[in-house]
Write a protein that binds this ligand. Sequence first.
Ligand code: PGA
Length: 254
Amino acid sequence: MIFIANWKMYLPFDETISLATKNLDAFNKLAQLPNTTIIIAPTIPTTYTLTQIFKTTKIQWAAQDCSEHIIGAFTGQISAETIKTVGCSACIIGHHERRKYNGETNQTISRKLEALLEANLSPIICIGEETNPGTLGATLQVLEEQLTSLCSILKKYTLKYPELTHAIAYEPAWAIGSGNVPDNVYLENIFSWITTFLQKTCPATNVNLLYGGSISSKNILLFKNTKFLNGFLIGKASTDFQEFEKIVKNSILE
Ligand code: PGA
């Protein structure tokens, strides 16, 4: 299982460094559990320091966003190449909060995907309905709009970098930070549809399916046997190490 800790902008610089370094051994132990991948997405200014300190561990690092541009006059943006240089192997794109607060569209996200793949970085692509559309059919229509151009890019780059692993995180906006989570049957329907869609549009691409939105050590038990699910994108709960550790252990240990 893959566990991605999305620390968002919750912690100041010093607290980010101390959350990671105080728990270095414990994080590394989690990453050594069988079939477990731990990826941390801290703020970019803290990343280089952390990747240096964690150099000999199995922890992997991701950025929370990247520029759609490769290089140039783009004040305030961070390129995929820089993200790679500071020690990240992956990058989140299309997060609901970027769509909502930064006006990112499916087109912007497609360009970001291309920028990441050009740099040979693994994308963690977030998709999900912005509001609760009420029916599964309406949700699937939103997901199809979000995935269509992304999948043609994935297909193109699979030929170039066949070994690259991608992740698609289904994160309905109504579940993020709300304490609400979808039920298992609903999630399995969503993942089954995504799996079929990927088989149709980019069949050879190596994609892991994740769920994100209000994951906690308690509700993780609901998703223990969810079909098609390869891991979780965890926000708020991942900024408390004990809670994060419980999430990982509850979901993989009997
Ligand atoms: P949450 O956030 O776990 O705090 O709901 C998840 C996310 O936004 O990735």
